[in-house]
Write a protein that binds this ligand. Structure first.
Ligand code: G4P
Length: 524
């Protein structure tokens, strides 16, 4: 198969949801369909368990296991599907944001009883920034759910995306009868007794007199609902979906493997293959023959005896070949990889070739950073992997004066891995760590001690938000930096960051300095 065919048959995506909506369960069912796993529960064991929030070592251990499932590839009907796993735990949201930079589309799982929840809202915002095509799976229809139209309205208003149901549920909870596939005009009947065979699909038109036998007393209701769907929602427009403006919606019950088939079939036919990506220098077409790609995630091994890490490279163009030298653009070095890994569900294997859309794991001894580009010689730099304004901030101090070097190296490497963000105060040069979750502070302290033999201590600091600032008005910018000197810091790339104490202080600053732009992500 040539490069072009290989690209066209790839679908690289992530499933996102609020914790507990059913992401893990849906992932598992998709893998079962693809024959990548054979028993239910295989993915489950990698999930960060509930109640483990105070036990970060357990979480890290589970994250360690989840390296193998960071990417789950399988073949389905001739299509190579790559699912990129995203950590369910919200303290690792930044990991998820970065993973979203490496996917070509996204499936959102919404709990039909709860509707749109906080974490989904945040993650979809990131997708919207990148115009990532989105499909929605409304889950848990076997439980009493909100009214489907209410759910559709909620998705539109809360996630800021137009929807188009391609399937429609017939009741929910104890009286759940099934789902009518509007697209294909067939009815999937729900038989709840057996979780693995909960579904029976029959081809039936709405005017078929036998419809009533299957879904009474909801026949009239379904007809009315579908009429309403046709009246209210425009026909499904694939181009609008590809532009990230319109989300097709499916309903089902992941745990019962119900409705998943319809979703997967639509997904492989509708979701995009790898598309163009942006570098600082130019746009890269995946069909270009020269290989290029970027590191979007680095995973450290938790074994203190091996400070090895795995860097996850998304191939964006050309063919990646084992043992061929590629330019690591940031260092200017040519590097060969003798053991690049591909991931197929729980298995890791060495690959000889990888194509755009594929993710490979590269062995790293601490030289790579998130955002690093590899190419066949061209000095490209992939963009679009922003840092997001952290939510929690603390000063980090050296707790063992003998180990200054170890601490500094450890902090640098952990920041390269994207565990947290480091800012340096302009005022006194003190280092400030910013994270999205309180767990990261424990992770940093533990890892510094066990992997770098360094001791640190955190001190509280009252910061509301970090904003990257820029302005065409140099005079105003200089004036701002001078006046706000105590709140100014620089990030790891030397860019100016304003650390606002309070939301009020930020609003005042925005008001007083109208020519300054305050950004909440590092790329603007
Ligand atoms: P997450 O990855 O999004 O956090 O969610 P996960 O798949 O782990 O699902 C969260 C809980 O919801 C699990 O129950 C799972 O079995 C259940 N679930 C998933 N899909 C459905 C569905 O369609 N209907 C119903 N009724 N439940 C569903 P749990 O009790 O936390 O775990 P388990 O004991 O079932 O494994």
């Amino acid at each position: 198969m040539g490069l072009s065919e290989e690209i066209k048959r790839r679908r690289t995506f992530a499933i996102i949801s609020h914790p507990d909506a059913g992401k893990t369960t849906l992932t598992e069912k998709l893998l079962l369909f693809g024959g990548a796993i054979h028993v239910a529960g295989a993915v489950k064991s990698n999930k960060i368990k509930k109640g483990a929030t105070s036990d970060f070592m357990e979480i890290e251990r589970q994250r360690g296991i989840s390296v193998a499932t960071s990417v789950m590839g399988f073949e389905y009907k001739g299509i190579k599907v790559n699912i990129l796993d995203t950590p369910g735990h919200e303290d690792f949201a930044e990991d998820t944001y970065r993973t979203l930079t490496a996917v070509d589309s996204v499936i959102i799982v919404v709990d039909g009883a709860k509707g749109v929840e906080a974490q989904t809202r945040k993650l979809v915002k990131v997708c919207r920034m990148r115009n990532t095509p989105v499909m929605v799976f409304i889950n848990k229809l076997d439980r009493p759910c909100k009214d489907p139209f209410e759910l559709l309205d909620e998705i539109e208003s809360e996630l800021g995306i137009r929807v188009r149901p391609l399937a429609f549920p017939i009741s929910s909870g104890d009286t759940f009868k099934g789902v009518y596939n509007i697209h294909q005009q067939h009815l999937s009947l729900f038989t709840s007794e057996d979780r693995q065979t909960a579904s029976r699909t029959i081809d039936i038109k709405l005017d078929d007199p036998s419809l009533d036998e299957h879904i009474a007393p909801f026949t009239e209701q379904l007809k009315e609902d579908l009429e309403f769907v046709d009246g209210v929602y425009d026909a499904f427009d694939r181009d609008a979906y590809l532009r990230g403006e319109l989300a097709p919606v499916f309903f089902g019950s992941a745990v019962n493997n119900f409705g998943v088939n319809d979703l997967l079939d639509c997904f492989i036919n509708t979701a995009p293959h790898p598309r163009e990506s942006t570098t600082e220098q130019r746009t890269i077409d995946p069909f270009e023959t020269k290989m290029s790609g970027f590191v979007f995630k680095i995973h450290a091994n938790m074994d203190p005896n091996h400070r090895d890490r795995i860097a996850f490279l998304k191939i964006c163009s050309g063919v990646f070949e084992r043992n061929k030298a590629y330019l690591h653009v940031r260092s200017g070095k040519n590097i060969k990889f003798s053991t690049p890994n591909a991931f197929m569900a729980e298995k890791k294997s060495i690959v000889d070739f990888a194509y755009p859309g594929d993710i490979i794991g590269l062995h790293d001894t601490g030289n790579f950073k998130i955002g690093d580009t590899f190419s066949e010689g061209e000095k490209l730099r992939y963009i679009g992997i922003p840092s997001f304004s952290p939510e929690l901030f603390r000063y980090i101090e050296n707790a063992d004066p003998q180990k200054f070097k170890q601490l500094s190296k450890g902090v640098d490497q952990l920041m390269d891995e994207g565990v947290a963000q480091l800012f340096t105060s302009r005022l006194n040069g003190r280092k400030i760590i910013g994270t999205v979750g309180v767990l990261q502070f424990e992770v940093i302290q533990y890892r510094l001690e066990h992997e770098y033999n360094a001791m640190c201590r955190f001190e509280s600091i009252s910061i509301h938000k970090a904003c990257w600032i820029e302005s065409d008005n140099k005079e105003q910018l200089d004036d701002f930096i001078k006046r706000k000197y105590t709140n100014m810091a620089i990030d790891k790339h030397g860019r100016d960051v304003f650390l606002a104490d309070t939301s009020y202080g930020l609003a005042i600053a925005q008001d007083k300095f109208p020519d300054i732009k305050f950004h909440f992500t590092s790329e603007f």
